[in-house]
Design a protein around this ligand. Structure first.
Ligand SMILES: CC(C)(COP(=O)(O)OP(=O)(O)OC[C@H]1O[C@@H](n2cnc3c(N)ncnc32)[C@H](O)[C@@H]1OP(=O)(O)O)[C@@H](O)C(=O)NCCC(=O)NCCS
Length: 161
């Protein structure tokens, strides 16, 4: 199993893996065109030539909340998904580590996620925070979600690098 940067030919596999979990309400779906647009942000896990997982990072830049003006450089882990039959093999852990390592090398100091898999992220050192601690601009992806904003039940979590 290898983790590598995604390339164009991975886009349909990425869309399919995300769709499996999106249909169960565990994450937002991604349209193929969005994945192409964002392909440079993705990593994939590949096993015997088959894509079995993916993750992406979105970099927001300096955080400008009143309390922490300019203190942190913020990024989000997005579109983390592993094929169900490959769960619990450590692939998700490797995909997150890859995102965190790359983010750190770019100068990111704080990574957050909005997730239902809070136990998984806790094991990776993430801590739960209140959603209101995240800057307004992070909610752009959520606009088309039926649960946004009042019924959003995802958990916001952060890790400092
Ligand atoms: C979350 C996810 C990526 C984890 O992938 P994975 O390859 O199974 O993760 P790992 O094998 O590295 O898991 C490490 C540990 O985290 C815990 N863990 C893994 N998935 C978990 C989950 N969904 N909920 C709670 N704990 C979880 C387990 O304790 C696991 O250890 P174990 O295998 O000894 O039980 C995978 O469950 C998934 O694709 N979920 C659906 C999509 C999703 O929720 N994505 C996150 C959106 S931000």
């Amino acid at each position: 199993m290898a983790i590598r940067k995604a390339v164009i030919r991975d886009a349909e596999d990425i869309r399919a893996i995300i769709a499996i979990h999106a249909k169960k309400g565990r994450m937002l779906p991604r349209a193929l065109y969005e994945i192409y647009e964002d392909i440079r942000a993705f990593h994939v896990a590949e096993e015997n030539g088959v894509v079995v997982g993916c993750s992406a990072a979105h970099i927001y830049g300096r955080e400008y909340t009143p309390e922490n003006a300019g203190k942190n450089v913020l990024a989000e882990i997005k579109s983390l998904a592993v094929l169900p039959k490959k769960h619990h093999h450590g692939i998700g852990t490797l995909l997150v580590k890859q995102v965190l390592d790359e983010a750190k090398s770019l100068g990111v100091t704080k990574v957050f996620t909005l997730t239902y898999a809070s136990e998984f992220f806790k094991k990776m050192g993430f801590k739960e925070i209140h959603k209101s601690e995240l800057p307004q601009k992070i909610w752009s992806d959520c606009r088309s979600c039926m649960k946004f904003p009042d019924e959003c039940d995802e958990i916001a979590m952060v890790v400092e690098l």
